[in-house]
Design a protein around this ligand. Structure first.
Ligand SMILES: C[S@@+](CC[C@H](N)C(=O)[O-])C[C@H]1O[C@@H](n2cnc3c(N)ncnc32)[C@H](O)[C@@H]1O
Length: 230
């Protein structure tokens, strides 16, 4: 079975306060390492775009790819009705152990849900799709999870600036990359998608979603609010 490095790191940090760093490679090029404690960040330590997303959350909330559950926990503690989805068994168990009441251990591809007022997909959330074509499928599916006035709050990063550093492994789209996480002698490899702003907007509009830009930072990162066209 594929090593679940991220899940193991979250579990070890939660159970033993073990903050052994995770080495990160994108297309074989080494990136700044990551500490498991990152997934347990408090509201105070969140980035501006996360605070904007949380402030714009309303009603019944779905948190897709919740990890250890930092965003869900914040909202649940504020009285929101939150459902969190996480594909990793270990990460999902940590989210439950942290006190999240509704956690679904599942791949978003297998979900069929209804009537959420907010769907959060944060920390380069568009990466939960593996290609621009799958991003279109994912946005169409997430749209079907929304209530009439609901919205999807999702982010990504235009990595055009990093193109020179990352050997391009995929000729289809430069933001389609391979992540490799190394932790305690184990390696986890998985595909990820970084989407440029224009592609993100075009893809959302192609499935008839309205696009509002909630934040666009100088480093290429952006947060969008997508809602049903009336
Ligand atoms: C970059 S982490 C972000 C975690 C959390 N949202 C945060 O901001 O701390 C992405 C999370 O999505 C989960 N994930 C990846 N693919 C998924 C899928 N197909 N369905 C559900 N969750 C997925 C991973 O296991 C991981 O915990």
């Amino acid at each position: 079975m594929r090593d679940d490095v991220m899940g193991s790191a979250m579990e070890n940090y939660f159970k033993k306060n073990d903050n052994t760093l995770i080495r990160v490679f994108i297309n074989k090029s080494e990136e700044p390492e990551m500490y498991p404690s990152l997934f347990f960040r408090s509201y105070k330590n969140m980035l501006k775009y996360e605070k904007i997303a949380l402030k714009n959350s309303k009603g019944k909330v779905l948190d897709l790819g919740c990890g250890a559950g930092c965003h869900s926990l914040y909202l649940q503690n504020k009285g929101f009705d939150v459902t969190a989805v996480e594909v990793s068994k270990k990460s999902a168990s940590v989210a439950v152990a942290q006190g999240l009441k509704n956690v679904i251990k599942e791949d978003w591809r297998n979900l069929s849900l209804k009537k959420f007022d907010t769907v959060l997909v944060l920390m380069n959330g568009m990466g939960l799709a593996e290609s621009p074509a799958e991003l279109q499928l994912m946005l169409r599916k997430l749209k079907s999870f929304l209530s009439k006035t609901g919205s999807i709050l999702i982010d990504s990063t235009d990595v055009t600036y990093a193109k020179a550093d990352w050997p391009m492994l995929d000729s289809e789209y430069f933001g389609k990359v391979q992540f490799e996480l190394k932790y305690k002698g184990k390696t986890q490899c998985f595909p990820w998608l970084f989407v440029d702003f224009e592609t993100a907007v075009k893809t959302a509009k192609s499935v008839k979603l309205n696009v509002e830009v909630l934040e666009r930072a100088r480093n290429g990162h952006f947060l969008l609010r997508l809602s049903k066209m009336s």
